[in-house]
Design a protein around this ligand. Structure first.
Ligand SMILES: Nc1ncnc2c1ncn2[C@@H]1O[C@H](COP(=O)(O)OP(=O)(O)O)[C@@H](O)[C@H]1O
Ligand SMILES: [Mg+2]
Length: 227
């Protein structure tokens, strides 16, 4: 259900006149603006033909996930999905984890873990939390999770493929949390957090490829010449 205080013409006006948010998105554009007393951020599906259809479908899917997460602390409020192509969200006063400075790391990551567990309780696994752009740090240094574009909702009943994808993303969320909390220094993980870190085969492979690539790229030191 869309928020009744926001009309289709409010959304169109915001897309037309609102500030364009520069980012490298997959599905389309982002605009930020104000509707009444609300600061909103609008994700819109772009493209033509089949791409447009696919982008709209993905945004609609993201909307249904946001709806399932209504009321979860640490998730932006969703005002609705308008005209089949505009996802309207609360614009959180924040910076992404890539650019923000966290005041109290221990409190921040404890709260982030609570948010992850809360979304899991609603049957949603995020699946893309390794990307620092999908974690916001609010002005009062608290976490907020966004971008449910590749999230998986665990369907009840017999759905083996869905359950496989869900349990993969479920573990991926915890691994991402550990990665950010310890800033990739996996040797520093204390026993109480080790339970959350179970690298998936694909993550281990990616890490090996990355290490090898870094080694190849590193210029080899010139051999010492004895004179
Ligand atoms: N609700 C929000 N409040 C504040 N900033 C947001 C919000 N949603 C998205 N953003 C900003 O927009 C960027 C892209 O949004 P995101 O949902 O991750 O789109 P994409 O699917 O294109 O990655 C984020 O990295 C963040 O900087
Ligand atoms: Mg994103």
């Amino acid at each position: 259900m869309n928020d009744v205080s926001i009309t289709e013409s409010d959304v169109l006006a915001c897309v037309r006149d609102g500030e364009r948010f520069e980012h490298r998105g997959y599905q389309g554009n982002i605009h930020i603006g104000r509707v009444g007393d609300k600061n909103v951020l609008i994700k819109s599906a772009a493209g033509r033909g089949l791409t447009a259809w696919l982008n709209r479908w993905m945004l609609g899917r993201e909307y249904r996930i946001y709806r399932r997460l209504t009321g979860v602390d640490g998730i932006p409020h969703c005002y609705g999905f308008f005209m089949g192509r505009y996802l309207v969200l609360e614009n959180v006063d924040s910076q992404t984890l890539r650019h923000a400075t966290i005041r109290d790391r221990s409190a921040f990551f404890a709260e982030m873990l609570t948010i992850i567990k809360s979304i899991h309780e609603r049957g949603v696994a995020h699946g893309d939390l390794k990307r620092k752009e999908n974690i916001l740090v609010t002005h009062d240094s608290r976490p907020c999770l966004i971008d449910f574009g590749v999230s998986v909702f665990r369907k009840p009943g017999f759905h083996p493929l869905n359950h496989f994808r869900h349990s993969f993303s479920h573990q991926h969320d915890f691994n991402a949390w550990v990665k950010h909390k310890y800033d990739r220094k996996f040797q520093d993980i204390p026993p109480e957090d080790a339970q959350y870190h179970r690298p998936l085969r694909i993550e281990r492979m990616a890490r090996t490829i990355k290490k090898t690539w870094i080694k190849i790229k590193k210029p080899s030191k010139p051999a010492r010449t004895s004179d």
